[in-house]
Design a protein around this ligand. Structure first.
Ligand code: SAH
Ligand code: SF4
Length: 356
């Protein structure tokens, strides 16, 4: 048994689990039962799990306080439900005391989990509560997986008939800034022997980290890609998304074009409508020219107020949408999810800090 720092069992991919059991003399066959317990049943205690004797012996000696592996779930530090009951937002406390947000959304009969990938974010978008916190640390794979397990547990408790089938990486943090951990976690989350959320039901949202987009394309990662654009000129975008100075629009859109060519997949562009900043008809027309030739769907997002900015009024928003529709782009408004629960990413945490 390794005497290294204890590691979460939720950190191991299936192949690694097989390898690790083999090292301790447990044959590969037993890995499936363990995986099933972890990800199908969401087990947090392996004692008396009615495993086969060799697996139970391994679990008894390897998992638990002071042993090589631990198994736990983040503590729920706060929770808010929308008045319609369809959105539940959790503030989860990690082992080192840091907190992150996870949102469970149940719309159109679909259950979607919105996960965080970092504590804070280094990208500094001016309209985003997480961006204004700054970067604290990356999440480890098990901390990403744990958010999904938590929502599955909650859903199973309240609505045993419903299944979690969709995942968006639109919580706190920039997934492509923590891409190794994100891909490792998604590998676990999409494994059909366990949680089994299909790759086509998983969306990675990025502020536009061009090298990460290219990596997803070259590796033919099966997930959906959403790019938060928010500006049609370098100046317009840089005023909202400071990191665009590092990967300017020309570089970003070139990466998107390569992504499209290499994967044949559609890209979702996200656009928060902010009054007087990026919502003019001229901007919409420029955006249409910018995205020409890319297979795309444009998602217009109503701004969740985070101070200093005002969302675009409905009439101007629809005029913006019409220009894009007329130019031939599929373009929809993102449904406002639980507006009464401070729905923007990072807002629950920001709110809690001000509440003390
Ligand atoms: N860092 C990634 C993913 C997390 S942010 C990204 O930026 O894409 C997820 C989504 O929330 C992004 O589309 C982002 O633009 C949006 N968002 C951030 N702050 C917001 C706000 N105040 N109102 C509405 N959407 C917001
Ligand atoms: Fe980070 Fe995304 Fe927020 Fe920008 S919008 S600060 S990239 S979490």
């Amino acid at each position: 048994m390794p005497a290294a720092t204890p590691r979460s069992l939720h950190d191991l991919g299936f192949a690694e689990l097989v390898e690790m059991l083999a090292k301790d003399g447990v044959i590969a066959h037993h890995a499936k039962a363990l995986w099933r317990a972890l990800y199908h049943e969401g087990a947090l205690d392996l004692a008396d799990h009615r495993f086969s004797p060799p697996l139970q012996r391994w679990a008894d000696q390897a998992v638990g306080a002071g042993k090589a592996f631990f198994l736990d779930a983040p503590e729920v530090a706060d929770e808010i439900r929308s008045a319609d009951g369809l959105t539940r937002k959790f503030l989860l406390r990690l082992r080192d005391g840091q907190t992150i947000e996870t949102v469970l959304m149940g719309y159109d009969g679909r259950q979607t989990v919105c996960v965080s990938t970092q504590v804070g974010c280094a990208m500094g978008c001016v309209f985003c509560a997480t961006g204004q916190m700054g970067f604290v640390r990356h999440l480890r794979p098990d901390e990403i997986v744990a958010q999904v397990l938590h929502c599955r547990r909650v859903l199973h408790h309240d609505h045993p008939d419903k299944r979690l089938r969709n995942l968006v990486m639109m919580g706190m943090g920039e997934p492509l800034h923590n891409l190794d951990a994100v891909l490792h976690a998604l590998n676990i989350i999409s494994d059909v022997r366990g949680i089994g959320i299909g790759p086509s039901k998983i969306a990675i949202s990025t502020v536009g980290v061009a090298p990460g987009i290219l990596r997803l394309a070259h590796e033919q990662q099966p997930y959906r890609l959403a790019v938060s654009l928010h500006g049609s000129t370098e100046k317009e975008r840089a005023a909202l998304v400071p990191v665009s100075q590092r990967w300017p629009l020309t570089v970003l859109l070139d990466a998107c074009r390569q992504y499209g060519a290499l994967t044949g997949k559609r890209i979702f562009f996200e656009w928060i409508l902010i009054a007087g900043k990026n919502d003019s008809p001229a901007t919409a027309a420029r955006l249409a020219r910018l995205l020409a030739g890319i297979d795309t769907h444009i998602n217009l997002i109503p701004l969740n107020p985070t101070g200093g900015f005002t969302g675009t009024a409905s009439k101007a928003g629809h005029a913006f949408q019409k220009i894009l529709l007329d130019a031939g782009f599929p373009c929809t408004f993102r449904q406002r999810r639980g507006v009464d629960v401070a729905a923007g990413c990072g807002m629950l945490k920001a709110d809690r800090r001000t509440r003390g």
